[in-house]
Design a protein around this ligand. Structure first.
Ligand SMILES: C[S@@+](CC[C@H](N)C(=O)[O-])C[C@H]1O[C@@H](n2cnc3c(N)ncnc32)[C@H](O)[C@@H]1O
Ligand code: SF4
Length: 383
């Protein structure tokens, strides 16, 4: 029953100018001279060896994530994309996103990214309040962030996402709404609105800054922001994602629909369906940039391989699909997990009875109540 879903390509760039105290992404302080050529060569060697996992399939999106991919030149990004296009079949309307820190870009960069084939930019803005930005340890202020977005628009980019965080130390709902006004004024196609989380092992988790809105306060802030975004024409389609009509992120939608993706680069994770073997393979790469580059030409680059056990698949599926407001078709659950809907029917019935899920003949989606307690709904599918 397992069948092939769409395939995406994730490329990790593991360096930042400096590490933000709230962030647990695989990112390392960039050395004076960034080894861009060596890293691109390592990425292509890594990709080359993963190819047998995806023979004959078409890639629907590419996402350069980080870290800070905008530390790389357009030429380096272009070299990777050309190398990848020679090895993989790209869909003609391929979405190619590059994550950008507004503190790292100057004018010519955006033209070079466009020439390289990038057609979507995602800016890490976080806030337009200089006090908040300073408390978050960001390397840019609000004016720089606005300037960077306008430079990208001048270079012809129209498919732009802005990342904002809310529930920041000392932030009120009025301040969060003021951030949204500045974001909306830039007219992006997409907005990601993340609640600040204290990730274990980060300086913020060790010593939480004072005044972080929690519980009902954070929820109220989220609801006020969601209402404002809806008024401005940005519909929430996922827990943290808002888009203008037709501007949802194809790459992230593929994750949430439990699609497949190759993960290339230091610490990158991939998920590949292998219907002939009846398995779903999760593969991740060595985390440290130097160790990864040294190992990229062989099997040693692989940090681990795991075949996703049948018992675990419902939970992994729900962890993604229930994040979508639209929920999921039961036929997709069957095709992408290889399990019959009967395996989750008792849980669906229970959650529907408790008012947490709306379950129709062919479709499942979180109810208003379920949306509020999403983590509990997901946890119900743990083996
Ligand atoms: C890889 S970063 C984006 C590009 C670039 N590294 C930057 O920060 O400008 C991805 C996004 O995740 C979000 N993020 C990171 N750590 C977070 C946390 N602890 N809580 C909530 N959102 C977080 C931020 O909005 C950030 O822009
Ligand atoms: S710039 Fe982005 S990836 Fe880098 S440390 Fe800050 S939030 Fe994390």
């Amino acid at each position: 029953m397992l069948s092939l879903p769409p395939l995406a390509l994730y490329v990790h760039i593991p360096w930042c100018v400096r590490k933000c105290p709230y962030c647990d992404f695989n990112s390392h302080r960039a050395p004076e001279a960034l080894p861009q050529r060596e890293y691109v060569a390592a990425l292509l060697a890594d990709l080359e060896q993963d190819l047998p996992l995806v023979w004959g399939r078409t890639v629907t999106s590419v996402f350069f994530g980080g870290g800070t991919p905008s530390l790389f030149s357009g030429e380096a990004i272009g070299e990777f994309l050309q190398g990848a296009a020679a090895r993989l079949r790209f869909r003609p309307d391929l979405e190619v996103t590059l994550e950008t820190n507004p503190g790292t870009v100057e004018h010519d960069r955006f033209d070079a990214y466009a020439r390289a084939g990038v057609n979507r930019l995602s800016f890490g803005i976080q806030s337009f309040d200089d006090g908040c930005l300073a408390r978050l340890g960001r390397i840019h202020d609000a004016a720089q962030a606005e300037r960077a977005v306008k430079l990208a628009q001048d270079a012809g980019f129209s498919n732009i996402n802005l990342d904002l965080m809310y529930a920041l130390p000392g932030q009120t709902t009025a301040m969060a709404l003021a951030d949204l006004e500045r974001a909306i004024a830039l007219d992006p196609a997409h907005l990601s609105h993340y609640q600040l989380t204290l990730e274990p092992g980060t300086p913020f988790a060790r010593q939480p800054p004072a005044g972080i809105p929690e519980g009902d306060d954070a929820w109220d802030m989220q609801e006020a922001c969601q209402t404002r975004l809806a008024e401005a024409g940005y519909a929430q389609y996922e827990v943290s994602a808002y888009a203008r009509e037709g501007r949802q992120c194809a790459h992230n939608l593929n994750y949430w629909r439990f699609g497949d993706y190759l993960g290339i680069g230091a610490g990158a994770h991939g998920k590949i369906t292998l219907p002939a073997d009846g398995t779903i393979l999760r593969r991740w790469k060595l985390k440290h940039p130097k160790t990864y580059m040294d190992a990229a030409a062989g099997d040693a680059r692989i940090g681990g391989d795991e075949h996703l056990a049948a018992e675990r698949r419902p939970f992994d599926y729900m962890l993604n699909a229930l994040r979508l407001r639209e929920g999921f078709p039961l036929a997709d659950f069957e095709a992408r997990t290889g399990l019959a809907r009967a395996t989750i029917a008792p849980k669906l019935a229970d959650l529907s009875e408790r008012g947490l899920l709306d379950v129709a003949e062919e479709w499942v989606r979180p109810s208003e109540l379920g949306w509020r307690f999403l983590n509990d709904v997901m946890a119900a599918f743990l083996p």
